[in-house]
Ligand binder design. Sequence first.
Ligand code: ZN
Length: 90
Amino acid sequence: MKYLLVLLVVLAGVWIWRSRRAAERPPAPLTPPPPARRPLAQPSAMVACRHCGLHLPASDALAGPDGPYCSAEHLRLGPAQRTGRVRDAN
Ligand SMILES: [Zn+2]
């Protein structure tokens, strides 16, 4: 009878030890962890077309002798002629 009591105490100790280990362990993730976040794209510099004033990324602009242009046509036409009136909508 004495050995049965010792066995019960040992089994209770093992049960308590195992339940504490299970509680300490973080739960297994149900879904895979999200992939590492890729860094945000760096903002690109914006430039204004010298002819029409359109703002576009500097990487898309055509470099003219006197500044950036939005298209080859505006590069050919050159800088807008400032005559004091509102910019024509071409
Ligand atoms: Zn333009």
